[in-house]
Design a protein around this ligand. Structure first.
Ligand code: ZN
Length: 291
């Protein structure tokens, strides 16, 4: 008989909210925040509902995506003021610019930025990330102390990130997001998802990970991630509905859906201090210490 062991508390779940995205205006849901003021308000509601990480794109007045550093600066300032300690992640992807324009806001030193480590097809275009651009974005993130979130749309992107960490181009531990359900990229597939996670554990045992599902499968990936010990992403960038018949009234409503789901899997949402500690980010000066 072995000694009875106390079961450690399951890892709290970092809830990411992707508030806006870069697709043409989602006429099917007017709740998608577009202006910086709307984005700050929507982020604040999501923060109050339990989100601790916000993934951001910015838009022009005509709602087209942009990588304008001035807009990113105002958004960062607003979120830091209204959501103390929330982890701010800027997108370097989407349709926000061409080539190095996509990283023009990294000198603002957000906590994190997304980094896709390969190319794939998206619904109507090629999502192009050349080796040269990936190296440049990673170098800029390192220079400004921005932690990358590795966006994995395909298995090769995971291997590439591990290779970049070994070469010193990315500082570890890695944080990886597995994205499923983008049309023409990797579909939502449980066996592949489990293989992703096994492979990540094998290649980068200290890495953290999040699952992101698009459209109706947002909730599927939320469930799988909670079950398998990962973190969750939700938000109107990826999905505008609560169910087939109901539009999500806000980003906060989608956050609440994940927060409620946590208990079903014996998990709970992470606090700001816990989320920062889990991702090895510096503690927020005014946030209480974890534990
Ligand atoms: Zn995005």
């Amino acid at each position: 008989m072995s000694e009875p062991r106390s079961t450690p508390e399951p890892t709290p779940c970092i809830v990411t909210v992707a508030i806006t995205g870069s697709l043409p205006r989602k006429k099917d849901n007017p709740a998608v925040p577009i202006t910086v003021a709307e984005q700050i308000e929507s982020t604040h509601e999501a923060f109050e509902a339990g989100a601790t990480l916000v993934h951001c794109h910015v838009r022009n007045e005509d709602e087209t995506p942009t990588s304008d550093p001035e807009k990113f600066a105002r958004l960062l300032e607003g979120i830091r003021e209204h959501c103390p300690g929330m982890i701010v992640q800027f997108s370097t992807g989407g349709r926000s610019g061409v080539g190095r324009e996509r990283g023009g806001m990294l000198p603002l030193r957000p906590d994190m930025a997304s980094l896709s480590t390969g190319s794939c097809n998206f619904p109507t275009r090629v999502y192009e990330n050349s080796p040269e651009l990936i190296d440049w974005l990673a170098a800029e993130m390192k220079r400004y102390g921005v932690k990358p979130e590795i966006e994995v749309f395909d298995l090769s992107m995971l291997f590439k990130a591990v290779e970049m960490q070994k070469e010193g181009k990315i500082d570890g531990p890695l944080h990886v997001q597995f994205v499923m359900g983008v049309k023409n990229a990797m579909p939502v597939d449980r066996e592949v998802f489990e293989f992703y996670i096994r492979t990540l554990r094998r290649l980068a045992p200290d890495a953290t990970w999040t699952g992101a599902g698009i459209g109706k499968d947002q909730i599927t990936l939320n469930r799988w991630s909670l079950e398998l010990g990962g973190h969750c992403r939700t938000g109107l960038e990826d999905n505008v509905r609560l169910d087939r018949h109901t539009l999500a009234p806000s980003n906060a409503a989608l956050v609440r859906r994940v927060v409620e789901l946590c208990a079903e899997y014996g998990r709970r949402p992470a606090t700001v201090a816990e989320a920062r500690a889990l991702l090895r980010l510096p503690p927020w000066p005014s946030a209480p210490a974890p534990g």
